[in-house]
Design a protein around this ligand. Structure first.
Ligand SMILES: Nc1ncnc2c1ncn2[C@@H]1O[C@H](COP(=O)(O)OP(=O)(O)OP(=O)(O)O)[C@@H](O)[C@H]1O
Ligand SMILES: [Mg+2]
Length: 499
């Protein structure tokens, strides 16, 4: 507030009039009523002079008070120029009646205040005071706007930083998922490789045993052939003594020779052949199981997939677990066959591992309406009610370190979801567990359409892992994109160990 202020020379007034005595009169009037000496005056006798004073002072003037009618630049023209260059300076024009009519619109727009000639002294001082007050408010306002702009800029910068952080978190989560998928692939691959190594070892042993037996059989055979050669030579030489000796020897060996031809040799050959056939079989199954076409959708027979998988995990089952199959007539299913086989393998291996000692696994497939249903039941230890809800979570495992990663079922869950299907579990501790997989015949197509529709097909590939967190993050990012300038609601702490 200006009234009562004691700041000497605080307000700088530039008074402009081409007639010096009029100029001085105005200043006298104002000075007379400026008890606190707040006014400091500057004088100009033309618009041009006024402008140069302003420029010299770099706009450091609070109010310009000017006569309208002056040679050269008029008062209104001067104030317009000042307004353009120094918009925060207050301005008053003093004009006669005729000019006042001309400038009515300028007054209305509020560019400057005005005083009509002849003026009343009190009126002059009143207008000057109120104009100074307005100027001060305008300046304060401008400062606030600047502060607000700065604050806004800071906020925007923070929002951008947060957005970037969120984006990085999302990236990290994504790359972690990729790593997990890779880890699980490696782990089930490792499991598979160990199994296959075991499986191939048996037939390879039988091929080897056959080859060894064949070698000694052939040695034996060669020695008999040599004796027959010697017999032939003795006959040709007419050496009766030698003929008899070799003849007796061969007669005594007849039983061995018969055994060699009828049993030994055929056994060696059979053993080698069987081993080779079994190895060929394993390799064929492996090829079917692995199906390098994982990325492609194929029409496949689910029963075939289960059979192949079963053969591959034979080493987990044999001599210990009886498998009962009850396969229904199934139409071919549009699916990712390699991935479904991975689901069957996870569930079958889990079942086998849940059975201590001897037990039974039932596999049943059938169609129900538009769905293919696969049920896998075991006589294992069962799953306690309180952990039943956790088994599809990544990393949930009750197996000792090094034996289970706890990813098998979460991966399986993701794969079945990708097929637009469902996977359910039913378990009774001490009795056993049953997994039910429901696969709609048009599931893959529907799941793909849905994912595409939602614009997150890529994400559906990793659906198994903490999808909710990623969804949350994406929502927050979308919100920020939609409302730039609003602070983010929450920012997750980036995981230090997630690189
Ligand atoms: N048939 C089952 N019988 C009893 N418990 C089961 C059965 N299947 C799964 N579980 C329980 O669910 C947990 C999670 O299974 P999941 O296949 O996801 O991981 P895992 O078998 O422990 O490890 P991984 O599959 O990576 O080797 C198991 O540790 C086990 O406690
Ligand atoms: Mg498992």
């Amino acid at each position: 507030m200006i009234v009562g202020s004691s700041r000497a020379g605080h307000y700088k007034l530039l008074v402009v009039d081409d007639e010096p005595h009029v100029l001085e009169t105005i200043i006298d009037v104002l000075e007379d009523r400026d008890e606190d000496g707040e006014f400091q005056f500057f004088r100009a006798t033309s618009g041009e002079e006024a402008l140069s004073i302003l420029d010299e002072r770099d706009g450091d003037i609070d109010l310009v008070l000017t006569d309208q009618r002056m040679p050269g630049m008029s008062g209104a023209q001067l104030l317009e120029k000042i307004h353009e260059k120094y918009p925060l300076i207050g301005s008053i024009v003093i004009s006669g009646f005729a000019e006042f009519e001309d400038m009515r619109s300028a007054f209305k727009s509020g560019i400057f205040d005005y005083i009509k000639k002849p003026y009343d002294e009190d009126h002059l001082v009143g207008v000057v005071r109120s104009s100074l007050e307005k100027t001060e408010l305008r300046r304060q306002n401008a400062n606030l706007v600047e502060e607000l702009k700065d604050a806004n800029q800071l906020l925007e910068q923070r929002v951008n930083e947060r957005t970037l952080e969120l984006k990085h978190s999302l990236e990290r989560l994504r790359s972690m998922q990729q790593q997990l998928i890779q880890a699980e692939k490696m782990s089930s691959l490792g499991q598979l490789v160990a199994g296959i190594a075991h499986e191939i070892n048996n037939p390879a042993t039988s091929v080897y045993a056959g080859a060894e037996a064949l070698e000694s059989n052939v040695d034996e055979l060669v020695s008999y052939l040599e004796r027959y050669e010697n017999l032939l030579k003795a006959i040709q030489d007419g050496d009766d003594g030698k003929v008899k000796e070799i003849g007796d020897d061969l007669t005594n060996a007849q039983e061995d020779i018969d055994y060699l031809l009828e049993e030994g040799l055929p056994w060696s050959i059979r053993s080698m052949k069987e081993g080779a056939v079994r190895i060929k079989d394993i390799v064929r199954n492996l090829k079917t199981f692995a199906r390098v076409d994982e990325a492609e959708v194929k029409h496949a027979d689910i029963n075939d997939g289960i059979r192949t998988t079963e053969k591959l995990i034979h080493h987990e089952l044999k001599n210990r677990i009886t498998v009962h199959e009850e396969f229904g007539d199934l139409p071919p299913l549009e699916c990712y066959p390699g991935q479904l086989n991975q689901v069957f393998m996870n569930i079958l291996v889990n079942a086998a591992q849940a059975i201590e000692g001897e037990g039974t696994i039932w596999i049943k497939t059938y169609t129900e309406g538009n769905n293919i249903v696969v049920k896998i039941r075991d006589t294992g230890g069962g799953i306690p009610q309180k952990v039943l809800k956790d088994i599809f979570n990544p990393f949930f495992t009750t197996k000792p370190v090094g034996q289970g990663t706890g990813l098998g079922l979460s991966i399986s869950y993701g794969i079945i979801k990708k097929h637009g299907g469902e996977i359910k579990v039913d378990s009774e501790p001490g009795v056993g567990t049953e997994f039910t997989i429901i696969l709609p015949l048009d599931g893959v197509q529907k799941a793909r359409e849905r994912a595409k529709h939602e614009g997150d097909y890529a994400r559906s590939q990793y659906e198994f892992f903490d999808a909710s967190r990623i969804e949350e993050l994406e929502k927050e990012l979308a919100e920020i994109d939609a409302n730039p300038g609003e602070p983010a609601k929450s920012v997750p702490e980036p995981h230090e160990d997630s690189h």
